[in-house]
Design a protein around this ligand. Structure first.
Ligand SMILES: NC(=O)c1ccc[n+]([C@@H]2O[C@H](COP(=O)([O-])OP(=O)(O)OC[C@H]3O[C@@H](n4cnc5c(N)ncnc54)[C@H](OP(=O)(O)O)[C@@H]3O)[C@@H](O)[C@H]2O)c1
Length: 301
């Protein structure tokens, strides 16, 4: 098994083709040694890019592992996110309603808190977690430049941005935004139709994809659409001799020609190994469209 390396826009922004996501980390209920073993297993198979978010509440435990085993830091890239402010995170300023805050002040506070919790001196990539309708793009871009000058963040990107929101922020930044992290899977087709993936291809920017397995629904869901998609995945998996349905799902999202990077969400290393597979499977055009048709429930005409 060899997980490929990718460069996001700039030659010094190197990540693994598959990214490990830590949104569900608290639900896994790993103790610190179990989390350390999980991270070491990921690194051993070549999944070196770790996706966190301030709001995931994953950073403090991850940081304890890095404190206990500092050499792990040199083997990984860390993605952080900022901008979602739920009410139960009142320690960064009292507030009473969930909201988004992409202000430069909150950016600075949130990143400093993430660095402290993670026990690291820099984030490799920082993403704006969600578009904030009150975002002042120029002032956010100046906040990015300050963090870069301070050596606290190396690269910046966005998540869940529309093409026009991306363009606006990019127009204010001197450095390229390195990714747009979006939901994309056979159960979430929006980026194919709303211009998001067109933009990625046009400007040569690699998107990253969250919930490629629909949060597990594609493997276990009982709704008619889940079952339809799963049945079509089974047919394609048999045709390709794939190691798992997940491997077909990742091949399906990566087949769109814009260099997308799937984010893994499983706590189970054996599942992850079978999802990545010993060798890549190449899904052909007809197989890709068969899965699309299973998702939409309509013939392509
Ligand atoms: N930017 C954003 O707004 C945003 C939003 C959501 C997520 N994300 C990122 O994307 C990452 C991945 O998202 P996700 O966790 O929703 O990804 P996902 O891969 O779609 O879902 C992961 C879930 O599927 C289950 N699963 C995997 N394989 C399975 C199988 N064969 N049978 C049954 N269940 C299976 C996993 O359970 P097991 O653990 O038991 O395998 C886990 O609960 C997150 O961790 C986060 O980093 C970003």
């Amino acid at each position: 098994m060899s997980v490929q390396r990718r460069y996001l826009t700039e030659q010094d922004c190197e990540v693994s083709q598959y990214i490990a996501g830590f949104w569900r980390q608290t639900a896994w209920q790993f103790n610190d040694s179990e989390l350390q073993a999980y991270i070491e297993n990921l690194l051993d198979i070549g999944v070196t890019t770790m996706d966190h978010g301030f709001v995931y509440q994953s950073e403090a435990q991850f940081g304890r592992v890095l404190k206990n085993a500092p050499s792990l830091r040199d083997r990984m890239e860390i993605i952080g996110k900022f901008g979602i402010r739920p009410i139960d995170y009142g320690d960064l300023g009292a507030h009473t309603i969930n909201h988004y805050d992409n202000s430069a002040d909150y950016l600075q506070q949130s990143v400093e808190r993430s660095l402290t919790d993670l026990n690291v001196d820099h984030l490799d990539i920082l993403l704006v977690h969600r578009p904030d309708y009150l975002m002042h793009a120029q002032s956010l871009a100046e906040g990015f430049a300050r963090l870069k000058d301070q050596g606290k963040v190396r690269h910046f990107g966005v998540s869940n941005f529309s093409p026009s929101q991306f363009e606006l922020l990019q127009s204010c930044c001197d450095m390229p935004l390195v990714t747009n992290q979006i939901e994309f899977s056979p159960l979430c087709l929006n980026p194919l139709n709303d211009g998001t993936l067109d933009q990625c291809q046009q400007i040569g920017m690699n998107p990253s994809y969250w919930s490629c397995l629909g949060g597990g629904r594609m493997l276990t869901g009982t709704h008619e659409r889940d079952v339809r998609v799963r049945n079509s995945l089974r047919i394609v998996a048999d045709e390709l001799g794939a190691e798992s349905l997940e491997q077909v799902i990742y091949a399906w999202v990566m087949r769109v020609p814009c260099g997308g990077l799937p984010i893994l969400g499983s706590s189970n290393i054996e599942r992850i190994k079978k999802a990545i597979g010993q060798a890549p499977v190449l899904i052909n055009r007809e197989q890709w469209y068969a899965i699309l048709e299973a998702s939409t429930g309509a013939r392509v005409l």
